[in-house]
Design a protein around this ligand. Structure first.
Ligand code: KG4
Ligand code: ZN
Length: 371
């Protein structure tokens, strides 16, 4: 063994490592989509260093992520970013105590790059390997902020691929309250942006155009606003945008008005359902995470909805809203205590279970972490 572990204890979820080192350094690697993110997280000192390379400029001219290009770029970036993060933190490879990587969900080829690098490093260093669920990374990222929320809380996960409301009672203790029946909120931004001839990713592009729009100048539906449940549906909005585009938008003002209304429609539904989820659970804390949580209008509307009431709203730091390595390193640190010692080979090398990735991986399948 690497010398950091003092023994093992029995636990209902398996065997747990006991650590004698008060400060464990976790390397986090994120390569699920179009951002290569790496970070070093210290269990005693917090985030030590992080590096990020966005592939947006590379994919932009294709109007979306090209999976094969994404994988190849991750290969180019991940090791230089890791070296830079280590240099920034004034650490060397041998200082790393565990390696966390995004195991899924995401693009299979892109995930494989992070999995291969993490697995190789873990084997070479003889350190534990922790496969992290990408959405758990997003979900827990507000805990990295200066004023982190306490458990339990309601979480609104709004990314390019997911729109979910979750009750969160602890690490790995997630109950799905509501989900999208079709497109995710980020997808509605991205697809509508494409229809409006805007760049990718669509969220920031729509938000920029919307800032010049006149609120209420045109009308789009608020899908499932009064459905009485906590589910979402955003594909109709994209169709409504398509219809408006086909009818013809006479000038730049009309385009901006449509973008403004689209953003308002998405924000209205997200806010109403989040508030309803908080009421239904009787909880008082709401956490917003995922790429769409960077949206200024959404943040403002949620802050307004919370003002004067018992509800407290928490956001990740703006830089941690979209994909990054910090949330993966952090989730890895939280899960480190639940690593199964019996999964490690007897010769002390890391648990190398092949280049396992889970491009489709339901969040509720995660094991809970006690404590
Ligand atoms: O979490 P994320 O980086 O990747 C996924 O896991 O999907 O989220 C990306 C999504 C994209 O759909 C993007 O358009 C959206 O987040 N997004 C935004 C904003 N910034 C990113 N949507 C609305 N407003 C923004 N400012
Ligand atoms: Zn993401």
């Amino acid at each position: 063994m690497s010398g950091h572990w003092t023994g093992r204890i029995r636990h209902r979820s398996g065997t747990i490592l006991l650590m004698k080192k008060p400060d464990l350094i976790v390397l986090g690697i994120e390569t699920s989509c179009d951002e290569t993110g790496v970070a070093l997280y210290s269990t005693a000192r917090g985030l030590l260093a992080q590096g990020l390379h966005s592939q947006v400029a590379m994919h932009e001219r294709f109007g979306g992520v090209v999976p094969e290009l994404a994988s190849r770029d991750h290969i180019r970036r991940v090791l230089p970013l890791t070296r830079q993060a280590l240099a920034d933190a004034q650490l060397v490879l041998g200082d790393i105590d565990a390696i966390a990587f995004t195991q899924g969900p995401g693009l299979a080829g892109a995930l494989l790059v992070g999995a291969a690098v993490a697995t190789g490093l873990a084997a070479a260093l003889g350190r534990p390997l922790i496969g992290i669920h990408h959405l758990e990374g997003h979900l827990l990222s507000p805990l990295l902020s200066a004023q982190p929320p306490a458990f339990p809380f309601v979480a609104l996960l709004v990314s390019g691929g997911h729109t979910q409301l979750m009750r969160v009672d602890g690490v790995g203790r997630y109950e799905l309250l509501g989900d999208t029946l079709d497109d995710a909120a980020g997808e509605a931004f991205d697809k509508s942006a494409k229809l409006l001839g805007l760049g990718y990713p669509g969220g920031p592009a729509i938000a920029a155009l919307a800032s010049r729009g006149r609120p209420g100048a045109c009308t789009l539906p608020r899908p499932l606003l009064h459905s009485g449940d906590l589910d979402f549906s955003f594909s109709g909005l994209k169709t409504a945008v398509l219809t408006a585009v086909k009818k013809g938008l006479p000038d730049e003002q009309a385009r901006a008005d449509l973008a403004c209304e689209l953003q308002a429609a998405i924000v209205d539904v997200l806010v109403a359902k989040s508030v309803a989820a908080v009421k239904a659970t009787g909880l008082t804390r709401l956490v917003i995470a995922g790429g769409v949580s960077a949206n200024t209008r959404l943040r403002e509307a949620l802050a307004r909805a919370a003002s004067g009431g018992r509800l407290a709203v928490f956001f990740p730091e703006p830089a941690l809203c979209t994909d990054n390595g910090a949330m993966i390193a952090f989730a890895g640190a939280l899960r480190l205590g639940a690593l199964r010692l019996d999964a490690l080979p007897a010769d002390g090398s890391a648990p190398v279970d092949g280049f396992t990735v889970r491009p489709r991986w339901p969040l509720h399948e995660l094991a809970p972490v006690e404590g």
